[in-house]
Design a protein around this ligand. Structure first.
Ligand SMILES: Cc1cc2nc3c(=O)[nH]c(=O)nc-3n(C[C@H](O)[C@H](O)[C@H](O)COP(=O)(O)OP(=O)(O)OC[C@H]3O[C@@H](n4cnc5c(N)ncnc54)[C@H](O)[C@@H]3O)c2cc1C
Length: 417
């Protein structure tokens, strides 16, 4: 921080993205002020990830609970077991780890709400509930509906919605203790009209000691499937499974997915949900945030550390680090997959996942994860198409005629978005 108290970078938010960005920027030698309504507040949501997708942190590793395999239910007694480890992220440990790194690198915390920004050639002035603050650069990590970052309204976003309960069980659990339920599409408990309802699935984490986290999830829908409908379905499902217990906590989840990427020419750099970094086909974000924070920090520090550099150049470098050409292409492909899911009814969705999870693990995990390359992703998508039943293939082709094909083609052009 300069003697006037001005930071080089103001980071807005105190969620996973803001803390990761602030920690890495601080470690690059940048003076950082992190600003949020309550910078020390615990994160409200529960997070999970595949094993191996998160960098190690703290002493105990990234998970508070982990399972060596997960189950996918495809209706009736049809099930697929995926022998890939999955875990519930130890969010308190992760937050503490990132906060400690922020503290060590001199990041200062301010309790305030940001409301607007004005840009000048050599700085930006942020309006906040605690007064005006200036910095060379502003990083907006205020989540999926960011306070400053602009995103074009078209194509429109869809959303993943979920209603979840943490239960202390009264009786035995119907779920194996060593297996999380990634998705169970069985919907017999919804009665004869089930096939005509927008699809949703059960997600379940057996937590041991008589505790269970269950969530009824709409993978993606536009308009989003309302939370009261998901709650209704979850309660019917639990009744059908004979699951009863004391409700310890409720989770209400809305994750906007897809849509246009933010304009990379803007002076405020986004990060996390604010930068459209959520995986448009799965709703996951944390692995990408934790893996992406070092490159964002290096890119920004590289420019701000140079003599006579302009903040607009630092912003451009930041956006370029988040959304290089290969990532934009993958985003277009993932969004294509998301648009295809939007066209599928419940039987079509089950048929799609029957084909998808019949692929080798290396292929399905390339699609669900954050790593990989465009050619690998394309190979997976073509394999899934070839493995799918004819009716599902029609749904997988549908986005081509809805403009997504043109969008993918544009993303492959030099400088394309
Ligand atoms: C219920 C739920 C469950 C999820 N589960 C998973 C999961 O299992 N795995 C996964 O990878 N992803 C998951 N996600 C998606 C994603 O990882 C989360 O949404 C994640 O919290 C996004 O991180 P973020 O830091 O970008 O934004 P947020 O966590 O939303 O943080 C935004 C921050 O900005 C602050 N803020 C807001 N407005 C202002 C303002 N005007 N000025 C200053 N600060 C402001 C807020 O106080 C908050 O600290 C889930 C999302 C939800 C909602």
């Amino acid at each position: 921080m300069s003697s006037s108290g001005r930071a080089d970078v103001l980071v807005l938010g105190s969620g996973p993205a803001a803390l990761a960005a602030a920690a890495h920027l601080g470690e690059e030698g940048i003076s950082v002020r992190l600003l949020a309504p309550d910078p020390e507040a615990p994160w409200p949501a529960e997070y999970a990830a595949w094993q191996g997708e998160l960098p190690p942190f703290g002493d105990g590793g990234p998970f508070s609970h982990s399972w060596p395999s997960v189950l996918v239910g495809l209706g009736g007694s049809e099930e697929v077991v995926l022998d890939r480890g999955y875990g519930r992220i130890d969010k308190a440990a992760l937050a503490e780890h990132l906060r400690a790194r922020c503290a060590r690198s001199g990041v200062t915390l301010t309790a305030a709400v940001a409301s607007g920004v004005r840009h000048h050639p050599a700085s930006s002035t942020l309006s906040t509930s605690a007064g005006e603050m200036s910095a060379a650069l502003v990083v907006d990590a205020t989540g999926h509906d960011p306070v400053l970052v602009r995103r074009p309204p078209h194509p429109p976003r869809a959303a993943q919605t979920a209603f979840g309960l943490t239960l202390e069980l009264d009786g035995p659990s119907p779920f194996a203790p060593d297996r999380a339920v990634l998705m169970d599409w069985d919907d017999a408990h919804l009665g004869p009209d089930a096939d005509h309802l927008p699809p949703s699935f059960l997600y379940a984490q057996p937590l041991g000691e008589g505790r269970l986290f269950v969530e009824e999830t709409s993978l993606v829908a536009r308009p989003p499937l309302p939370l009261p409908e998901l709650e209704r379905r979850l309660r019917l499902r639990l009744q059908a499974l004979g699951v009863r217990g004391r409700e310890m906590a409720v989770e209400r989840c809305v994750i906007p997915m897809g849509g246009a990427l933010p304009d990379p020419g803007q002076r405020v750099v986004g990060f996390g949900g604010a930068a459209g970094m959520v995986h448009p086909a799965t709703g996951y974000l944390l692995p990408r945030v934790l893996a992406g924070a070092p490159s964002l920090a290096r890119a920004v520090a590289g420019v701000l550390g140079a003599d006579d550099s302009l903040p607009s150049e630092a912003a451009r470098a930041g956006w370029q680090a988040l959304w290089p050409a290969d990532r934009r292409r993958r985003y277009a492909l993932f969004r294509y997959g998301m648009e295809a899911m939007l066209t599928m009814d419940a039987p079509g969705t089950r048929a799609f996942f029957r084909a998808f999870f019949s692929l080798p693990e290396s292929e399905w995990s390339a699609y669900l994860g954050d790593g990989g390359s465009t050619p690998r992703l394309l190979r997976t998508m073509l394999s899934a198409y070839r493995s799918a039943a004819p009716g599902v293939r029609g749904a997988l082709r549908a986005p081509l005629t809805a403009g997504e094909g043109a969008q993918i083609a544009r993303s492959f052009l030099p400088g394309g978005r």
